[in-house]
Design a protein around this ligand. Sequence first.
Ligand code: CP
Ligand code: NVA
Length: 327
Amino acid sequence: KPRHLVSMLELEKNELINLIDRAQYFKNLIKSNQLPPNNLDQALKGKTSALLFTKRSTRTRISSEGAVVYFGGHPFFLNQNDIQLGVNESLLDTVKVLSSMTSCIFARVNSHNDIQELCKYSSVPVINSLCDTFHPLQSIADLLTIKEQFSDLYDPVEKSFKGKLKLTWIGDANNVINDLSIACLKFGINVSVVLPKNIQFNNDIYLKGKEISKENNVKFEILNDPVIGCLNSNILVTDTFVSMGEEDSKLEKLKKFENLQINSNLVKSSKVNSNWIFMHCLPRHKEEVSDEVFYSDNSVVFQEAENRLYAAISAIEGFVINKGKLV
Ligand code: CP
Ligand code: NVA
């Protein structure tokens, strides 16, 4: 059975650290125009990879295609208009056929159940490229970005921030923060999640996060007040308030998030750390963050987006070329 990348939950701390270190390694090579050693750039030569996407994508599509090409492979972008899936063929039959002819499947689907079904029946590694519950490639890129920004606070021996950083999320409780909170806690970063009162964090992930926070001596809290959540924070993060597939309930959803925009007033009134950054997985809308913050010098959103490429390269190396042996 191949090993799949489903979420941050099934990665051992050392494995996650290694995925991020390798992303950084490949970034350095690419930035200095060097080829990887041992003909790694030919590792997928003559092979194809499927990008099975039932939702829109800019970053995930471009980074995954780029990562397959980096290793000499050929990516196929397949949305529901390109193949029989959803109209004339089941997910099960589709994955059996796709995995018989490709080296791996990047899958962006609606539900976590669909990812689980793909993993069950695929004979090649499945890389979760966003479902309703997780977005692991985003977390790898985000942790790389945080490591780049706060390298002075990172302990390279213990491979941890040892509680010296705090990340504050103000937004919805779904895919991006589910994985990001787990990844940060494993890296020794305190996490405060600010949600509207009528939105609940996934309880299983919360309980798991609490366990990880204890093991790593950091705090993991869920709050409703953004001013308290941002106190002494170094990393402010948000995401769209209306995720893909929720367009029909847009107005209702936006109402829940009234007064939760990240803007300069919040930054001033909440005593964030003077050394703060703003992050967002993108695409971004003005209701979740003001232009002033989004385009400020504190914002690292485009560096974060670029890091998606190195995250995808690292994931292919780990899960496809090295067959899931990450350390
Ligand atoms: N952040 C992210 O996954 O963006 P896309 O939807 O454009 O892939
Ligand atoms: N929460 C967002 C993330 C997009 C990358 C969504 O699911 O649409």
